[in-house]
Every structure is written in structure tokens, then in C-alpha cells.
Design a protein around this ligand. Structure first.
Ligand code: INI
Length: 158
């Protein structure tokens, strides 16, 4: 029989950092609300959650890195909304946010979760921030809890 490991979604006792971009706050505040609801519903306590607002998604990796390096957060969740509009500024912000967060995630022992929307327009973003496509903030919260738990199991493989 293979040994199969699967993270569960009990968040009791976890300490979670959330980095959230202020740019497109009408969207990111909904992602944050979804993430908080997800964490609280799975046993994480209010007082064990730290939320850090940053100017935009471009700034997320720097703060995520600082939180992840402290060693006292079980996971860091990154939330942002990069919306295309007319110029190609979007590509640079989205690419750097993704690259930066992925780099922090690779360097960090704690899971670092990518909850940054990249969409063509506001409507698509709002649909994914508590609309008909769900809430990617909530998904990010569940991914954070699952990753903490599966990594703990992986550490115990003999
Ligand atoms: N930041 C976002 O989070 N979303 C965007 O859609 C966005 N656009 O399109 O410009 C955005 N720009 C700001 C950027 O993240 C930085 O805060 C800014 O460039 C200062 O470094």
C-alpha cells in the first residue's frame, strides 16, 4: 500500500499572516473578508491573524518575505487584484507579484499562498471576490491551512 498524505482543514492553533493590496480595495477587501471567514470557520482564532495592508500587489512580496522569515507564522496569505484596463502596466505588476510571491514561497519553510487575482476587468475580479465564481480569498485561506497540515505530515515521513 502506498503511503498517501493529504492535508486536512483544521486550523486550530495556527497563526496566519495576511498581506493585502490596497490598490483595487473594493475588490481586495472582499478577498480579505473571504479569507478571514475561511480561517475563522476552520478554527483559527481572530487574535492569531495579522493583516498587513500594502499599497499594491507589487509590494506584496517584500512584506510576505518579512512575515515568512519571522518564523512565528504558520502560513502567509497574499491577496491582491491586478486588473488589466487599457495599458500594459498590468503585465509588469502581475508578473512581478507572481514571481515575487513564488520566490518567497520557495525560500520559506512556511507556506506562502498566492491569492492575487489577474483579470481583464473589474467585473471578472468581483465575480471571484465573493460573486458567482466564489471567493479566491476563501480558497487561499483553505489552501493555507491544508498546506500547513500536509507539510507537517511530510516532515514526519519515515
Ligand atoms: N496594483 C495592483 O494591486 N493592482 C493593479 O491592477 C495595479 N495596476 O494596474 O496598476 C497595481 N498597481 C500598483 C502597483 O502594485 C504598485 O503599488 C505601484 O506601482 C507602486 O510600486
Amino acid at each position: 500500500m502506498p503511503q498517501v498524505l493529504k492535508g486536512h482543514q483544521q486550523g486550530d492553533g495556527l497563526r496566519i499572516g495576511i498581506v493585502v493590496a490596497r490598490f483595487n480595495e473594493h475588490i481586495t477587501s472582499r478577498l480579505l473578508q473571504g479569507a478571514l471567514e475561511g480561517l475563522l470557520a476552520h478554527g483559527v482564532l481572530d487574535e492569531d491573524i495579522v493583516v498587513v495592508w500594502v499599497p499594491g500587489s507589487f509590494e506584496i512580496p517584500a512584506v510576505a518575505e518579512q512575515l515568512a522569515q519571522r518564523g512565528d507564522f504558520d502560513a502567509v496569505i497574499c491577496l491582491g487584484a491586478v486588473v488589466k484596463h487599457e495599458t500594459d502596466h498590468y503585465y509588469y505588476v502581475a508578473a512581478e507579484a507572481a514571481r515575487g510571491i513564488a520566490s518567497v514561497a520557495r525560500e520559506s519553510e512556511a507556506p506562502v499562498i498566492f491569492g492575487v487575482l489577474t483579470t481583464e476587468n473589474d467585473q471578472q475580479a468581483l465575480e471571484r471576490a465573493g460573486g458567482k465564481e466564489g471567493n479566491k480569498g476563501l480558497d487561499a485561506a483553505l489552501a493555507a491551512i491544508e498546506m500547513v497540515n500536509v507539510l507537517r505530515q511530510v516532515e514526519e515521513i519515515r
